[in-house]
Design a protein. Sequence first.
Length: 275
Amino acid sequence: MMMLRLQTRTGWLAIACALSCISASLAAQPGDTPFPGYRAIDMTHAFDKDTIYWPTEAPFEHEEEFKGRTEGGWYYTAFRVDTAEHGGTHLDAPIHFAEGKWAADEIPLSSLLTPAVVIDVSEQALANPDYRLNMAAVKDWEAQHGPVPQGAAVLLNTGYAQFWPDRMRYMGTAARGPEAVAELHFPGFSLEAAMFLHRERGIVSVGLDTPSIDFGQSKDFAVHRYLYSHNVIGFENVANLNSLPATGAFIIALPMKISGGSGGPLRIIGLVPAP
């Protein structure tokens, strides 16, 4: 297991301190965060009838089982949900594309509570839906902000979250079924950048605001296969990346803990330094 390390200890110590005092924070005023010095950003799209799934997957279902007053006179609601593991804001576990690697319930917390860096490629990606993060963009980012820290999540802001839940604008097609996969157009990571970030920077996760870490026209899912074979996890369909700074934020990414799961619905939160 890769140990979580930061270039500086200050940020991690701040989070550790915050976690240790959560119980004392329960008496705080509404709207306060239990993480001193940070404000929370919800990076999750809500699950509903409009949630975007891969063209071959069935849509999200939320079926009412009971809603109203019980025979005893009190109000009660209960619903049943039906969802694929990979749809909406979700986590990809390494086993999704790499035999013998972590399943959803095996991912250590050190890969789910991490510092985050955001690489903004929205200008390039909005001009070219088949854009892939390349080494030139990574080097440009590092020239401005310094090397990507070891143990970090690298989040790619493509600007596509603004199109949610318009399937045509978000993923290039509103069609469904196996034939629709060939019509997908949206940005992702390049294999070259993914290999560099893993080998040279020791990242633990990647994420972005599109349906896949591989770009829409990928035929071999090379980024999935490479990163997941090294137990680097993925977050897809992430929201509000434009609310995170390039550096200095942390994420808490907690998926449904499905035993043996290849992924699952994800509630991901950004912790951003307060002004």
